[in-house]
Write a protein that binds this ligand. Sequence first.
Ligand SMILES: Nc1nc(C(F)(F)F)ncc1COP(=O)(O)OP(=O)(O)O
Ligand SMILES: [Mg+2]
Length: 223
Amino acid sequence: MSARILPEMMCQHLQVYLVLGSVNCLAEPGRIVQEALAGGTTMVQFREKGRGALTGAPRIELARRLQEQCRRAGVPFIVNDDVELALELDADGVHIGQDDESSDSVRERIGNRILGVSAHTIEEARRAILQGADYLGVGPIYPTLSKDDAHAVQGPVILYELRKAGIDVPIVGIGGITADRVEEVIRAGADGVAVISAVTQAERIQAAAEKLKKKVVLSIKHP
Ligand SMILES: Nc1nc(C(F)(F)F)ncc1COP(=O)(O)OP(=O)(O)O
Ligand SMILES: [Mg+2]
């Protein structure tokens, strides 16, 4: 029975967190993950939803393939929303939002696997932590095209407010984050950046991941 992940370890995994599904990809998802991993991506979330998303066996098959690529690279593989799928794959963790299953019942079901929870306010953050979240996904920090039911854009200030309120658990910013915006997001208080389009829509995927990683590491070193 493994123990819960340590916060310092969680923060490292959050540095360049690729969130993707086939819907977000111009190229084959496996190739995108391969190149993103080669570029230093530190965690991958399988988020297969929205118009045209795979379902049934093809969806599970894609998840297995991406999970195997992550396993070979020593990078955690997280499943979005679908706790059943996460358990079936024995994934490294799940990410749930405020409208998904409650975090305390998910924590119950997944044991000590990684539990990520979306939070938009100090209240939601505090509740998620009390219910066993290992990290918080906060955003959308900037306008995003990747989530059609996204909450209002919050700007980096939400990260600053969470830290000022004493929320000191691992936090990753998400929503419209590009390489040029990394420094601002980290300086506001995030431990890393979660991206979809900045990697999946890039001309050169490995280079895009490398640039994000470099900016995150530099911003952490020079707060
Ligand atoms: N999927 C996510 N991943 C993160 C991450 F932590 F990776 F930054 N943060 C936030 C979300 C959004 O989660 P949710 O609010 O349930 O919406 P959806 O299920 O449509 O993604
Ligand atoms: Mg969700």
